[in-house]
Design a protein around this ligand. Structure first.
Ligand SMILES: Nc1nc2c(ncn2[C@@H]2O[C@H](COP(=O)(O)OP(=O)(O)OP(=O)(O)O)[C@@H](O)[C@H]2O)c(=O)[nH]1
Ligand SMILES: [Mg+2]
Length: 332
């Protein structure tokens, strides 16, 4: 494991791949490896890419990766599919979509799928990103399909989040329905070659004018007092997400998108928001990890038959759920 960490730090791609597999499988000893890598992290620009299925996220990431490569930056791509326990199909599709990147040593692609809980996936994704960061990638893309909580989990990892829309879903704008507009730093209307693209752009802009700051404030308050840093209160100007039109497979609009991403990064730096953002991410992560660790410790301390007995008593109306919790905690 020590060798693997050293090799990863020195740019060995096979060591990196092995280490990532260990991270995903929570292999014995991997915690020490992550701890050893941690001081080498904090340099990568993590860009989240989310949106409804089929809107063109992978095609966009492919085009963006090529653009960043042309600028001499190294790129890692993490494709997360929280909806599927099998990453097979998704990986195959992405491999085809990202074929142009094959053979480029400055690009590393990794797919992840749900194993066990969504919370477990979020933790594993964070660790995978961290390993890639330590391995020295300049830009790390994290693609996840728009499926509720998972987009919100991205924003807890990424410095910049792209929400992808596409015309052709009727007049609905998917982000509005899914409530993910508030996590967007940059909005993309991909498939701009399709009819209705202008309508989608207009709908998004109208949505942005209506309530973006309030929505963002709500999001950062999500975890109660623990999340104390507010993006909008960092002394800088408020960031209004730009809306960019693209046709990903043709590289259309990609330069504009890169410019929008870079301008968001500059905004974060200029508003001195990067430190605050990182602090906020650390707080949230610590909270998540504590929650998971405490729960695991608790479940270990309580015999299984005690739990099933409590459940039976609640169902029989002998005990209410909150009293049950109090009783369990007293016994632990
Ligand atoms: N016409 C058109 N088709 C596109 C465009 N971008 C992507 N596509 C096609 O749309 C389909 C889905 O693209 P993907 O990049 O796989 O979309 P995705 O959002 O990653 O899909 P999931 O990961 O399955 O949610 C593919 O057949 C692409 O070739 C575009 O700008 N215009
Ligand atoms: Mg995809």
């Amino acid at each position: 494991m020590v060798d693997l960490v050293q090799a990863t730090l020195h740019g060995d791609r096979r060591a990196l791949a092995r280490l990532l597999t260990y991270v995903e499988n929570e292999r014995e000893g991997v915690e020490q490896s992550l701890a050893a890598l941690f001081p080498h992290t904090g340099h990568a620009w993590v860009i989240g890419v989310t949106g409804a299925p089929g809107t063109g996220k992978s095609s966009l990431v492919n085009a963006l990766a090529k653009a960043f490569r042309r600028r001499g930056q190294t790129v890692a791509i993490v494709a997360v599919d929280p909806t599927s326990p099998f990453s097979g199909g998704a990986i195959m599709g992405d491999r085809i979509r990202m074929r142009d990147l094959a053979g480029d040593k400055g690009v590393f692609i990794r797919s992840m799928a749900t194993r066990g809980s969504l919370g477990g996936l979020a933790r594993a994704t964070r660790d995978v990103i961290r390993v890639l960061d330590a391995a020295g990638f300049d830009v790390i893309f994290v693609e996840t399909v728009g499926a509720g909580q998972s987009e919100v989990d991205i924003v807890r990892t990424a410095q910049t989040t792209i929400v992808v829309e596409a015309p052709g879903f009727g007049d609905d704008v998917q982000a509005i329905k899914a409530g993910i507009l508030e996590i967007a730093d940059v909005l993309v209307v991909n498939k701009a070659d399709r009819p209705g693209a202008e309508n989608t752009v207009r709908a998004l802009k109208a949505m942005l004018e209506m309530g973006h700051p309030a929505a963002r404030e709500q999001l950062t308050r999500h975890h109660g007092q623990l999340v104390s840093v507010e993006l909008s209160s960092n002394g800088g100007e408020l960031w209004i997400p730009p809306v960019v039109k693209t046709v990903a497979p043709e590289d259309q609009g990609i330069d504009d998108l890169v410019a929008a991403l870079e301008s968001h990064r500059h905004h974060l730096i200029e508003a001195r928001a990067l430190t605050g953002l990182e602090r906020q991410h650390i707080e949230i992560e610590l909270y998540d990890r504590l929650e998971a660790a405490l729960m695991a410790r608790l479940l270990k301390a309580i015999p299984g038959d005690v739990l099933s007995d409590v459940i039976r008593r609640i169902q029989a109306r002998e005990l209410d759920p909150q009293s049950a919790v109090n009783t369990i905690l007293e016994q632990a």
